[in-house]
Design a protein around this ligand. Sequence first.
Ligand SMILES: Nc1ncnc2c1ncn2[C@@H]1O[C@H](COP(=O)(O)OP(=O)(O)OP(=O)(O)O)[C@@H](O)[C@H]1O
Ligand SMILES: [Mg+2]
Length: 368
Amino acid sequence: MATNIVRNENSNRPATAPISLRLRHCGRTFPGTRGSHAPHVALQPLDLDVEPGETLVLLGPSGCGKTTTLRIISGLEQPDIGGQVWFGEEDVTQLPIEKRDVGMVFQNYALFPNMNVEANIAYGLRIRGLSPDDIRRRVGEMVDMVHLNGLERRPVHELSGGQKQRVALARALAVRPRVLLFDEPLAALDAKLRDRLRVDIGQLLRSLGITSVYVTHDQAEAMALGDRIAVMENGRIAQLGTPREIYHHPGSAFVADFIGSVNRLEIKGAEEGQLMVAGGRLSVARYHGASVLYCRPEDIEVCPVTQAAITGRVLQTFFLGQSQRLFVDTGAETPLQVESPSREQWLPGQTIGLSIAEEALFSIADAQ
Ligand SMILES: Nc1ncnc2c1ncn2[C@@H]1O[C@H](COP(=O)(O)OP(=O)(O)OP(=O)(O)O)[C@@H](O)[C@H]1O
Ligand SMILES: [Mg+2]
């Protein structure tokens, strides 16, 4: 560890010169416990590449293996035999966590409650043996960076949740880690604070360019922070791509449904170049032969019935502030979800027309 710090302190290259992160064949099977004797496969053997300086988000429902993956990267958990973890050109599979040079930020802060802000941030620097002058300078930089000025001497048990999380972030960054790992860092905060810290963390990650892996089950957080997102399902990666790719071209029904809402349109047949669906027909040149198409609620527009591709009856409206969500019965098994501007007035029982642009429709390979 000390050698890393000497390298960071004395070299001319930026302290955060980013490295790549690679997992090769990293699976994790937990042995059966008292209640269930069968071993439990938490993670299928997984290959994952994170580019230097990239923020990769692991997104998925509870129990899908996000934390296990993060723990394998950190060294808190060993992969099953055959798995390898690479930091740049270094195989770190056998290195313990304290030698890997990772910074970690968790949901529960894991701060030292009786120490003040400064002492918490300085902790890792002291055990690495930096000089008091260097520590003071570095702590000052970190306090500025996470906007904790004025609170340096405050014991952390007197801080709010958001302030505590800033301390945790500063402490993780202070040691200039090679890899930064986040596990649901904002999950315990209220919505407003979560939004603010999300923006701050995003700015920091972009300006520092530290290779980072960020675990969340919040899709908005994933899209805002991830250069790329790996959507996980049952211990494997269901899809890996940029937020736009994942949102607009989901590779499976699971991904489409997990990220945002999606409408499923069953194709009942084709007539005169148009596809028949419940409540109307779609004029599309592509997708002939498809049995199901999908579209997002914000891609359906309410229009006069005379110009509509589909007509339906409003079942319910939900006012969301910035928009409203309509549930429209078109005769299909499930109502269509339509996002419409919040100032428009629609009443339950009203018949409305709907139009969908061809480019807003997509098919999904695994779903029929
Ligand atoms: N130490 C352990 N012993 C046995 N099973 C475990 C252990 N740690 C995790 N698991 C199991 O492995 C699976 C994946 O757990 P993991 O903590 O990686 O999920 P997660 O995606 O982080 O979920 P969450 O969103 O709830 O935090 C779960 O089924 C979990 O019960
Ligand atoms: Mg977890």
